[in-house]
Ligand binder design. Sequence first.
Ligand code: SF4
Length: 316
Amino acid sequence: MPKVTIDDITIEVPAGTTILEAARQIGVNVPPAMCYYSKLKGSGGKCRVCLVKVTKGSDKDPRPMPKLVASCRTTVMDGMEVRNVTSPEVIEARRGVVEFLLVNHPLDCPICDQAGECHLQDLSYDHGLSKSRYDFERRTFERIDIGDKIQLHMNRCILCYRCTQVAEQLTPERKHGVLYRGEVSEISTFIATAVDNEFSGNMIDVCPVGALTDKTFRFKSRVWFTKPMYAHRNCPTCSGKVALWYQGEEVLRVTSRKDKWGESEGFICNECRFDKKNTSDWTIEGPAPVDRHSVISQNHYELPYELPVNQKKLSN
Ligand code: SF4
């Protein structure tokens, strides 16, 4: 098995593993990813935020790679040495990429439903400039309803292609994609045709920004005022394993469970997501683990707390 060293930590990984996946296995100093999604075939290679510096190609050919490479698309070679956060060049390049991603992205976090769990928000906090150097008019679009439960707000889209891959890989008939190229590219449903199939809601979960939002949750609460609980039901369509987001005793939204990289552990169907918003629909398993850096953990959510009475009954 090839050995790769990333920021001075060496790990042995199966042949064919990418630098990003190897870094995830190490678990520290992991390059960020806005377009790569391990559960979607062909994802990655679009956003460039995961750029790293390969200072030694391999034991056989120790020459460094001449340019920074996308870690989600570059496979490790035996003896490869990689610099991520220990390379000022990488940090500088990532800053540039974030600045480009923010060229057209509105800074409307105070009113965006994704705020608090937005990967671009985290990234711009870590790498962004405090003000824009872009003087031209930003791209603006009318909001589009994708079916009756999902809204597309293209102004916020960073063209990561994840949602089109969900449409392509999880739904029988692809009805939306990316139109045009370059600066004028846009996600479209081709004349706003509704994407109406039972897994379309997963587009919301994979969208790293607030471009695709759940219309049943829009503007209901800030994410840090809600408490996620793991729950399951016997669903004939999907695994039925979800996270319920509570405010008090009310389920405000249902999402798939996310792993520590922010990816869905398993895609869920629209019935579970949009139509099962009563606690009695679910068997509650307990509080969902919350990543330490999440805004939700700022309220000490990880500490055990009293369950609402009806959840107590169900979890017994
Ligand atoms: S709508 Fe969201 S998931 Fe789709 S391409 Fe844009 S940013 Fe990516």
